[in-house]
Structures are given as structure tokens and as C-alpha cells.
Design a protein around this ligand. Structure first.
Ligand SMILES: [Zn+2]
Length: 449
């Protein structure tokens, strides 16, 4: 039987050239509908939408092994066509544009790669550099903190820090390994803690990728890893009950963690869909950008925000999910949570099921007792989330006071391209957004109505 052609997205299209079966994405079926079409093992995909919807559908098809992906000519801007062409090349697939007058034309990669879904990278990097060593400036990146907001922040109580789940493991990946869900466990361990890490996994063999790794520092706000910077010496350690697998993972890592990302991901037990989406990216180093990209892709593909994948509160799975609605990633997260002591599992599940206003790896706010109503979220109170890549103490305190002034007393949060606004019974507070426009609403948990 001939493999079918699938047709994804909205928009007019004629399929004069396609013979045999053509399966069309049902409107409003979301990611599940797309997955059902991909499961038919199509030989080609025609993507009719523009914007993020078209871009992420085309990328998904390339990642999943569809040999030829056809875009509607002119539906995507040139930079995005080129980005998809670069992805097609890295997966060994073909990308075409088509219209009725000129027919098919292959798209060749060209120009710089772009991180679709992330804030503007150049402006972001510039803002991070400009704010280096200046606490308040770093706390205000992407926000228009004028004199009035300075004053309001001064007067405000800092937003309370979110409380940790009592007794919860520092590294839930080790829980997944103990569950048998990962052939290999990968840890970046400070050299002085290596014996302790080894002692936690007495039944496993350990292999080191390099005897001594370069000291690793994490850039504030973006969470970008900077090798060779000042910082504590660390080692890349791989554990497995099968010594061959540990050695193989270490060797692949040594030969190039980026080049071998797919093979390493498989050894670490990451879902193939998530590894492929990660490998496809133009830049994988900026952790904060990955959150934006994943959120954009989730919305574009019509996926849900599964609360166990609420990475802003806690990373239950160590990899970047292909979308926040990825069923395979969610199922791994479910197994981790299910193996925790009951009180921990309940507290963690509740903590994850909160909408988050995420700016970067230093600034994120969880909204409590929240209700999602379209683009608005009504909430009772807010908590500042412990940061994976925090600002300095003065900067963090200023950020907490600034968000304290914005969120105090609860209300309804509305986000537009130009501002964040909190409306209460007797007030409207509006905090402007500026380049590089940080801030994305992650609608995890929160009953909708
Ligand atoms: Zn996935």
C-alpha cells in the first residue's frame, strides 16, 4: 500500500500532484490529531499554515521522519524557511515550497539560523551584558521600570519565596533511574561530591566522560552554561547497571555531546520525540529560551500544558519536552511522581499545577488559587519561584519587591505585547514591557472557565 500524504494546518491548497490517500488535519483536534496523522507513516506532508502554526508543524514532520515536507510558497517568512531547511538537512529530509503557478521548488538553507518562539536573541544578550554587575538593571531586563515603579517597588513587601516540598529529592532524575526508567543516569557532579554521588548508586557502574571537565559556570537569567569560566571543577559522570552502557554514553559524550545528542538521549531514556525536537533547535544553550520555544510550540500545535511538565516550578524530567503536552514526557513524569512518598507526591503535584509568569531562569512567579479565563488569569496571591540561575541577592530582592508591588492582593492578570496588567476591585496596575520582551504566561494547572 502506498504511504499517504498528510495535509496540516489551515489555508487553501490544491493537491493536484498528490495521488492516493490524502489525510487532512481535523480542525481543532490539536496535537493528538496531528499525532494520529503522523502515525500513518506519511511519505510527504503539506503544511498550509503560516506563522508559528506552520513553522512548528513543518519542524515536527521533519523530526518524525517525513521524507518530504512542502510549505505553501510565501506562507512563512524567508528566515523561517531557511531555518526549516537547516533542520531538514540535519535530519536528511527534503523541504519544498509550492504554489500553483511555479510548482515545487526545493528550499536550501542559507543565512543565520533563528530560534523561533524565543525572545529576540541579540537584544536579550545585549541586555544581559549591559546589566552585568548591576543588580537592579538585571532584575528589570525586559521591563519598563520607570520612576513610579521604582518607588512602588521600594515601598512594597517582597513577594514571598515559594516553599520547597519537604524532603523532596534534589535530583528527581535519580528517582527515575532507581525506577528503572533510564538505562543510564547522567550527572554533572562537582569533583568533591563524586564519591557521594557514587555512593547513592551502589549497584551501578560509573564511567566518566573526562577525568576533569572544565569548570562550569551558569550565566544568571538565561541559565546558559559557560565552560571555561571561573567556577567549581566538575566531572561528567554516567551510571548504569550495565557497565557497557555507561561506558558507551561517556564515550559518545566525549566525542561530542551535541553531535551525538540523539544517541545519548536514547541511552538516558529520553523520549525520541523530545530528543528530536531538541536536536532540531538552532541553539540549545540558553535554558530560558528553551522554555519560550517549548511554550510557543505547545500553543502552535494546539497541545495542552500538562502540569507535571511545569519546568518553571520543578523539573520532574531532566530533558526539554518537545511540547508541554508531550504524552511520553508526561508519562515519565507521572512515574517519577508516583514513586515518591505519598505526602511528597501530593505536595509536588499541587505545586506544579499553578500558572506561572516566566521571564527567565532568575525571575518567575507562580500564581496561587488561579483560574484561567481565556487570556486572563484570576489569582489570589503569588509566589516568587526559587531560581535555577539566580540574580545576585540585591537583584533578587529588587525583583521580588517589584513583583510584590505588581501582584499584591491578587486580581486578574492580563498580558499583552506591551504590558503586564493586574486588575483588582479598586486598582489597575500596569508594568510596561520593553525589548527583549521577556515574559510568557505558562497556563499550567488552574481550573479553566
Ligand atoms: Zn516528546
Amino acid at each position: 500500500m502506498r504511504q499517504p500524504v498528510i495535509l496540516l494546518g489551515k489555508g487553501e491548497v490544491s493537491l493536484a500532484a498528490a495521488d492516493g490517500d490524502v489525510h487532512v488535519e481535523p480542525e481543532g483536534a490539536g496535537l493528538e490529531g496531528i499525532e494520529a496523522l503522523l502515525a500513518k507513516d506519511p511519505r510527504a506532508a503539506v503544511v498550509t499554515s503560516g506563522g508559528d502554526e506552520g513553522f512548528f508543524r513543518a519542524s515536527l514532520c521533519l523530526e518524525r521522519g517525513v521524507k518530504a515536507v512542502v510549505l505553501r510558497r510565501g506562507a512563512l517568512e524567508q528566515a523561517r524557511e531557511w531555518e526549516l531547511a537547516a533542520r531538514a538537512r540535519s535530519f536528511g529530509r527534503d523541504l519544498f515550497v509550492h504554489d500553483d503557478t511555479r510548482g515545487y521548488e526545493r528550499v536550501r538553507a542559507g543565512g543565520e539560523r533563528v530560534q523561533v518562539g524565543a525572545p529576540e536573541v541579540a537584544a536579550w544578550e545585549m541586555a544581559v551584558r549591559a546589566a552585568s554587575g548591576q543588580s537592579r538593571q538585571a532584575a528589570a531586563i525586559g521591563l519598563d521600570v520607570d520612576a513610579a515603579w521604582e518607588k512602588a517597588a521600594e515601598a512594597a513587601a517582597p513577594l514571598p519565596m515559594d516553599a520547597p516540598v519537604p524532603g523532596l529529592s534534589e535530583n528527581l532524575e535519580e528517582v527515575a533511574f532507581a525506577n528503572g526508567d533510564k538505562p543510564v543516569l547522567y550527572l554533572v557532579v562537582p569533583t568533591r561530591s563524586l564519591d557521594a554521588a557514587r555512593a547513592r548508586h551502589p549497584g551501578a557502574a560509573m564511567a566518566l566522560a573526562r577525568a576533569e571537565a572544565a569548570p562550569l559556570a551558569v550565566e544568571g537569567a538565561t541559565g546558559r552554561r559557560i565552560e571555561g569560566a571561573s567556577g567549581e571543577a566538575s566531572v561528567h559522570a554516567f551510571f548504569s547497571t550495565n557497565p557497557d552502557l555507561a561506558a558507551r554514553a561517556a564515550s559518545l559524550w566525549e566525542q561530542g555531546s551535541s553531535r551525538n545528542a540523539a544517541a545519548i538521549g536514547e541511552l538516558l531514556g529520553y523520549p525520541a520525540c523530545c530528543t528530536a525536537a531538541f536536536v532540531a533547535l538552532a541553539d540549545r544553550r540558553n535554558n530560558a529560551a528553551l522554555v519560550y520555544v517549548t511554550a510557543a510550540r505547545t500553543r502552535a500545535l494546539g497541545a495542552s500544558f500538562h502540569s507535571l511538565l511545569d519546568v518553571a516550578v520543578r523539573r520532574v524530567v531532566p530533558f526539554t519536552p518537545c511540547s508541554f503536552g508531550c504524552a511520553r514526557a508526561a508519562s515519565l513524569a507521572t512515574r517519577v511522581v508516583a514513586s515518591l512518598p505519598r505526602a511528597q507526591a501530593e505536595a509536588l503535584t499541587a505545586a506544579l499545577a499553578r500558572p506561572v509568569l516566566y521571564l527567565d531562569e532568575a525571575r518567575a512567579v507562580a500564581l496561587e488559587n488561579a483560574r484561567i479565563e481565556g487570556a486572563a488569569i484570576t489569582f489570589e496571591s503569588a509566589r516568587f519561584l526559587p531560581a535555577p540561575a539566580p540574580l545576585d541577592p540585591a537583584g533578587e530582592l529588587f525583583a521580588r519587591k517589584l513583583f510584590g508591588a505588581l501582584f499584591e492582593g491578587g486580581g486578574t492578570l492580563v498580558c499583552t505585547d506591551d504590558f503586564f496588567e493586574v486588575r483588582g476591585a479598586s486598582f489597575t496596575r500596569r508594568l510596561g514591557r520593553t525589548s527583549p520582551r521577556l515574559g510568557v504566561l505558562l497556563p499550567f494547572g488552574g481550573s479553566s472557565g
